[in-house]
Design a protein around this ligand. Structure first.
Ligand SMILES: *Cc1c(COP(=O)(O)O)cnc(C)c1O
Length: 393
């Protein structure tokens, strides 16, 4: 079945649905057991890592969690998934699960800022060292592996800078070096990239973004192959990480319309990009689905679509006051963090890099194309850019 059909049919057989199309919203901590034998049996299965039967306590998930997570696992082509309180916690726990004191990890220089901060500030306290690598490093990554390199972290396209990585190549090298590969797959969603099919072990999402799609929840997910699931499950359980069934219910509702929304987000992004590239103040646009983008060939080879978030690099001549006046002059584009909701957003970006500085150019913007009419958005850009000219002249 095609992705849009699967989005509609997955996660529909939750126990207790009573014929309703959507799963019940089950809230709860205590689960009652028929007798002591049942209680002991469920505890035994839990200790063995067997999640096939009913759970013994609410922290291990409700039928509402299962409906969302089973659908996501199918879409990612993984063994199992878990939901965490934020996209950031999904990134950090996916690392923590595999490392121990004395280990070394490799993290792309284009990783989401707070993921970088975790590697720089928290991991060293537990004796884990991070080396950042150029997202476009290719096979030279081999030289950065050490005997104690335990994990390779990818994000493609990168946060703020949008480089596409050679995911199959990097995953294959990690495997050969006995390291776990983890990717932050938030930009692509499981509809545009299925990393496990390219050899990656663990795929992470900020479901806060496109999966939720309505700027009304914070949620992270982790999906892995069978080999890596045991270590992840142990970490989620021992750290006590769970999420509300309400957020999983909303995330499943978000999945139902994901393909329809992404089609529109992408079409609008392409319209905005056409307009932006015609402006003399724009140096270039960072969007891997454009043929002139340096990541285009890899994007075409590995991805099955694109979403609606992209970067805009202005010409170096644009002064900072003009840059701010332009952003402040937008009416429809909101000035806010996060992205992937129905509303268009525009923020100035200041990427932090350790080893692969970005090509020198002017100010950098990130745009999330929302679901408004593209003509209205272009009229808004026109007005914003008029402020740019007014202040610049
Ligand atoms: C937003 C984002 C996160 C973090 O998600 P939160 O739910 O906001 O914590 C992680 N990775 C990427 C690529 C993101 O864009």
């Amino acid at each position: 079945m095609k992705p849009s059909t699967r989005l509609v049919t997955l996660g529909r057989d939750a126990p207790g649905s009573a014929g309703f199309v959507n799963p019940p919203l089950v809230r709860g901590s205590t689960v009652l057991h028929a007798n002591v034998a049942d209680l002991r049996e469920r505890a035994r299965r839990g200790a063995l890592g067997d999640d096939s039967g009913p759970v013994s306590y609410g922290i291990h998930g409700t039928p509402t969690h299962d409906a969302f997570l089973d659908a996501l696992t199918e879409l990612e082509g993984g063994f199992r998934s878990w939901a965490l309180p934020s996209g950031l916690s999904a990134c950090t726990v996916a690392i923590l699960a595999f490392v121990r004191q004395g280990d070394h990890i490799l993290v792309t220089d284009s990783a989401y800022g707070p993921t970088r901060d975790f590697c720089l500030s928290t991991l060293p306290r537990y004796g884990v060292e991070t080396t950042f690598y150029d997202p476009c490093i290719g096979s030279s990554i081999e030289e950065l592996f050490r005997p104690n390199t335990r994990l390779l972290f990818l994000e493609s396209p990168g946060s703020l800078s949008f480089e596409i990585q050679d995911v199959p190549l990097l995953a294959q090298i990690a495997r050969r070096r006995d390291a776990v590969s983890v990717i932050d797959n938030t930009w692509a969603t499981p509809l545009c990239l299925r990393p496990l099919e390219h050899g990656v072990d663990v795929s992470v999402h900020a479901a806060t973004k496109y999966i939720g799609g309505h700027a009304d929840l914070l949620l992270g997910t982790v999906t892995s192959n069978e080999e890596c699931w045991g270590a992840l499950r142990k970490s989620f359980r021992s750290l006590g990480l769970t999420t509300s069934p309400d957020d999983c219910w909303l995330a499943l509702r978000g999945l139902r319309t994901l393909e329809a929304r992404l089609t529109r987000h992408r079409a609008t992004a392409e319209r905005l990009i056409e307009w932006l590239l015609a402006q003399p103040q724009v140096d270039r646009v960072l969007y891997p689905a454009r043929p002139e983008d340096p990541g285009y060939a890899l994007w075409r080879r590995d991805f099955t679509g694109a979403t609606g978030v992209f970067g805009v690099v202005l010409r170096p001549q644009v002064e900072v006051a003009a840059f701010h006046a332009m952003i402040d002059g937008m009416r429809l584009f909101g000035r806010g963090y996060s992205w992937g909701g129905f509303e268009s957003l525009m923020i100035p970006c200041y990427p932090q890099r350790s080893v692969a500085p970005l090509a020198p150019a002017g100010h950098l913007l990130r745009i999330s194309a929302g679901l408004e009419d593209a003509d209205d958005l272009i009229a808004d850009l026109q007005e914003g850019f008029s402020h740019l000219r007014a202040v610049a002249s």
